[in-house]
Design a protein around this ligand. Structure first.
Ligand SMILES: NC(=O)c1ccc[n+]([C@@H]2O[C@H](COP(=O)([O-])OP(=O)(O)OC[C@H]3O[C@@H](n4cnc5c(N)ncnc54)[C@H](O)[C@@H]3O)[C@@H](O)[C@H]2O)c1
Ligand SMILES: [Zn+2]
Length: 369
């Protein structure tokens, strides 16, 4: 991490490197950075026409600002706004966007800019991964979720009717620019759900971050984003394609979280809300199996409350349905699941101690308290 200079027209920013040999890149984080999109692309030596992919909400807020910045730096650009929401993360949208780009004459020299939350980032990342067998990609994340998580690490995907994120490619961006001012226009629920992922980083790697998050109002938003990006960058650099198991730590709270999301029907819970419940269950199982202290369990509960995240699951949820989904996720090996536990905040690891009965108990815990 280094502090960017404030020379010339640049405002202060923080730069976090993601070390991936020839595919290394930096994530720049700070306030009012979007206006400098064009000039940063020039400084980085990126040449080509720009395909700006965004969603209709984000386009209204920030599309013109980015387009103007690109034009000032001499870039020709075309904007492709998709409807906001998870339903756009589909092969049909990939086809529409790629077809429009082809009609507009984009070839393999194009640069894709993804301006928006995780939906835009995943969709545009996938388009950049497959159009002409791969284009340069720049992520301009505008949600907490995207800035701390989805814009970094190179996972892209779209959904199938059969399930989420089933079609995708690894495609690392060339550059990520996270303007924290954009987070001010997020709805309250979108803001809060992003903090479920921030809490996740604290639980797996940084008890200090959890202490910072308890402060109200939150001090140093850019610093919080930086810490999450540093943690993710470190994990991704060590296990880019999720082969050693390290990257699986990022799934803390996600085994039951994903199951809850799917069983409730996508859209009922926001991703971060379902993850909040999954993290509470994972803390319960961490206490049982690895001795996570009751104080730490209470600390997690207090943070979920602070960000108005759900802590209990309605009794209507059938535990068996949740388990079936977790099984279908293929993380079970002979009755046991690869499940992220932590004996203390900051020391998470992938365990094979968790059984399906444990999961049933964890669901009862969410339904009883
Ligand atoms: N690739 C990865 O590693 C990874 C990691 C985590 C999540 N994801 C994916 O991310 C997606 C969720 O992302 P998300 O939570 O950002 O949702 P999202 O992209 O749907 O954004 C949420 C809502 O906020 C609006 N919005 C975005 N930025 C805004 C702003 N600055 N001001 C006002 N409104 C704004 C959007 O239009 C949308 O309606 C899921 O599809 C999930 O699978 C991917
Ligand atoms: Zn997540």
């Amino acid at each position: 991490m280094s502090n960017g200079s404030s020379s010339g027209t640049r405002t202060d920013f923080i730069s976090v490197p993601v070390e991936l040999a020839s595919r290394s890149y930096v994530v720049e984080i700070g306030a009012n950075l979007l206006d400098q999109t064009g000039s940063r692309l020039r400084q980085l030596g990126l040449e080509g026409r720009v395909a700006l992919i965004t969603d209709e909400n984000v386009d209204r807020h920030y599309g013109p600002q980015v387009t103007t910045s690109l034009a000032r730096a001499g870039y020709e650009s075309s904007c492709y706004p998709i409807p906001a929401g998870e339903a756009s993360k589909a092969l049909a949208t990939v086809e529409q966007v790629c077809d429009s780009m082809a009609r507009d004459g984009f070839d393999r020299s194009a640069i894709v800019l993804a301006l928006g939350g995780g939906v835009v980032g995943d969709l545009a990342g996938f388009v950049a991964g497959v159009y002409y067998r791969g284009l340069k990609l720049v992520q301009l994340p505008t949600t907490v979720m995207a800035q701390v998580d989805s814009a970094v690490g190179g996972k892209t995907a779209v959904n199938l009717p059969a399930g989420k994120n089933l079609v995708g490619v690894f495609h690392q961006p060339t550059f990520v620019l996270a303007d924290t001012v954009t987070l001010q226009t997020l709805g309250r629920r979108e803001w809060n759900e992003g903090f479920a992922e921030v809490i996740k980083y604290g639980v797996i790697r940084s008890p200090e971050l959890l202490v910072k998050l308890a402060q109200d109002p939150l001090p140093d938003l850019a610093g919080v984003v930086r810490e999450c990006v540093q943690i993710k960058a470190g994990i991704v650099a060590a296990d880019e394609h999720e082969t050693s198991g390290l990257r699986a730590l990022l799934n803390f709270g996600h085994t039951l979280g994903h199951a809850i999301e799917a069983v409730a029907g996508y859209g009922s819970f926001f991703h971060g809300e379902a993850i909040a419940l999954g993290m509470r269950a994972a803390a319960y199982l961490s206490q049982r199996h690895t001795g996570l202290s009751p104080e730490e369990v209470a600390q997690l509960d207090a943070l979920l409350r602070r960000f108005s995240l759900p802590r209990t699951l309605a009794s209507g949820f059938k535990p068996e349905a949740l388990l079936r989904h977790a099984f279908a996720d293929k993380k079970f090996v002979s009755g046991r699941i690869r499940f992220v536990l932590t004996p203390r905040f900051g020391e998470a690891f992938v365990s094979e101690q968790v059984t399906s009965n444990d999961l049933l108990d964890a669901v009862s815990y969410l339904q009883a308290t």
